[in-house]
Design a protein around this ligand. Sequence first.
Ligand code: SAH
Ligand code: SF4
Ligand code: F3S
Length: 470
Amino acid sequence: MHLPDLEVAKKRGQSANIYIDLKEDYTAKFKDKKYFLRTYGCQMNVHDSEALRNYLETLGFQNTENLEEANVIVLNTCAIRENAKDKVIGFLGKCKYLKKNRDDVKIVLAGCMSEQPDVVKEIMTNHQYVDIIIGTHNIQDLPKLLLKEFSKQVVEVYSNSDEVIENMHYKRDSKISAWVNIMYGCDKFCTYCIVPYTRGRERSRKLESIVNEVKELKKQGYKEVTLLGQNVNAYGKDINETFSHLLECVAKTNIERIRFVTSHPWNFTDEMIEVIAKYKNIMPYIHLPIQSGSNKILKKMNRRYTKEEYLELFRKMKAKIPGVAITTDIIVGFPGETEADFLETLEVVKKCEYDGAYTFIFSKREGTPAAKMPDDTPLSVKEERLQRLNELVNFYSNKNNQKLLNREVEVLILGDSEKDSKKVFGYTDTMKLVNVDGPKSIIGKIVKVKITEAKSFSLDGEYVEDIVNV
Ligand code: SAH
Ligand code: SF4
Ligand code: F3S
């Protein structure tokens, strides 16, 4: 495990005094101290939390799941929808109560909420008991902030997001499947979305260091990597590279399973489809958010594709990638969405028969263009649309899952099943969750499983045999 080094500090033009001397051993200071870390939001945040964990444990803190005994509470927050923020504010209430009786607790607000000026203002005004507010571009600053004594709330949020730090270290949650950042930020500026404001502009990691990271993970025994970016198609634009080339290079490391999220339907090239189809270790699963089936709404969302273009891409993927499963994201109740627009969305769902979909009611995000668009659809109508949409989505995910009944599929077993501790769980190549009746010794292996029951959101199965690669 490592702490961020002075080189990074120098590169960022920061004064060295806020950085710590790596030669000194700080573990004594925090030896018997504990940290509690809660993560909200997307895979990006889950992975950032693995970096935060590394910093905390390197300093000597031990993990606790019990809030009451924590000396440091870190909330890695999400700002994508209002309810994400509400959850954090609710949790902060608990933390405030805890601090009433103890003066040795520090509360840290990290993640995307820290990058929203209105939220930071609110925390500074109404939640003074939060000790540290740290941004998404400078989580490396956490150790030094914890080491220093401050008499009042510290806000350390860097607006500069041009840099790409290559040598991040993580305390990974899994020893089987690993997240690998390939790029940071997003430039797409979909009109409803806060991410370009909280994560900054798109910047890619060097191809070579990504490939080296995957090789290293393989050496450590990892079976799967998931390449992470808000829009992986945009990988390499800033460094004269392409995502298809990166995918091919990662495939050639021979790591057993490769996944990637998220792909924007815009600029999903034929080369990408070809590479996915060509390599057996690139999983036949694509998350392809459509957001709406109405061209009028897609335009207002600034999604850069039409319904027809999306359907053509979808058709191509299904035709060229054997057995590919495709899932999507859909927003209902975007400003100006009429019943007719919504029916177009339902039509697309019927055409695509998605394997799954994440569905949301539009949430107004301060500072985004959509927040200023007139929105006169009552919430009750939006809720009713969401319900109708979910029924259709569940129908098709169930239909797709039923096709697997009594069939044998390959599953990477990741750990104990949450539903039944006697069972284990894993995912098919098409990213379907399977609870498996089988010995614990198959955890970490790709095994053959016979599907015995198929539901909308998961499958049940029985272990058949190990897969032996020849
Ligand atoms: N980069 C990904 C999406 C990241 S956010 C992509 O473009 O595909 C995940 C999902 O949250 C989005 O696909 C969208 O469906 C939803 N979302 C984003 N902003 C939202 C908002 N303001 N209200 C409701 N849903 C939103
Ligand atoms: Fe948000 Fe659009 Fe970027 Fe996805 S592509 S993160 S929805 S702005
Ligand atoms: Fe949320 Fe930030 Fe991810 S807003 S969805 S945690 S990029």
